[in-house]
Design a protein around this ligand. Structure first.
Ligand SMILES: [Zn+2]
Length: 200
């Protein structure tokens, strides 16, 4: 009983502490001490990179790819690498280190063709921006205001229209969990999309 009370008190102390980490002398249920110096983490992991064109075919013929990469389109895509991750949240991105594409396997399995196609186009613009030495994640701007995002979305929206999507469908495509409705509307307006009028 005495041990339980003491244990409870310790837990309370930890819960109240502003730090999110347990003190290194925090006892576990058997009373042993957890020592962080016994924990070993191998940080030298190999990231598995695959050839983009083994998984994404035909993009080299898309007019928008030609526009983004010019005459180097095919060669660039042949050299492009892709990394897959299985985290449910997050769709696609571009590595800040070497500009390779990063794709969620969950997204790949569950999203519709148009969404995936447009996401790849969007990311290919980021690949080109990386090649040009542009800063992809400029924290001075919010996502919907960031010049690299606006440019990527301009190409994406142009391509969405070319494949026959209506402004309403494009608006649906733009809605993502990390943008508020207001920010999505601002972005849509900048991209020349007619935002549906509220009927309320
Ligand atoms: Zn982007």
């Amino acid at each position: 009983m005495k041990f339980t009370a003491h244990y409870f008190l310790l837990l309370l102390t930890v819960a109240k502490s502003k730090k999110n980490v347990l003190p290194d002398n925090f006892p576990n249920s058997t009373g042993e001490r957890i020592m962080l110096d016994k924990i070993k983490i191998n940080r030298n992991i190999n990231i598995n990179l695959h050839k983009f064109m083994d998984y994404f075919q035909g993009f080299e013929h898309s007019p928008v790819t030609q526009k983004v990469f010019g005459e180097n389109a095919k060669e660039t895509l042949e050299n492009l690498k892709v990394e897959f991750f299985s985290f449910r949240r997050g769709y696609m991105g571009v590595s800040e280190d070497d500009g390779h594409l990063i794709v969620s396997s969950y997204h790949l399995k569950n999203s519709d063709d148009k969404t995936l196609y447009l996401d790849v186009i969007h990311e290919l613009v980021h690949v080109k921006q990386f090649m040009d030495g542009k800063q992809l994640f400029d924290e001075r701007f919010e996502y919907h205001d960031r010049p690299t995002e606006i440019e990527a979305y301009q190409y994406t929206v142009e391509e969405a229209r070319r494949i026959g999507m209506t402004d309403e469908e494009i608006m649906d495509y733009l809605r993502v969990w990390w943008m508020t409705d207001e920010d999505t509307k601002k972005l849509a307006e900048r991209l020349g999309i007619k935002v549906g009028q509220d009927t309320s």
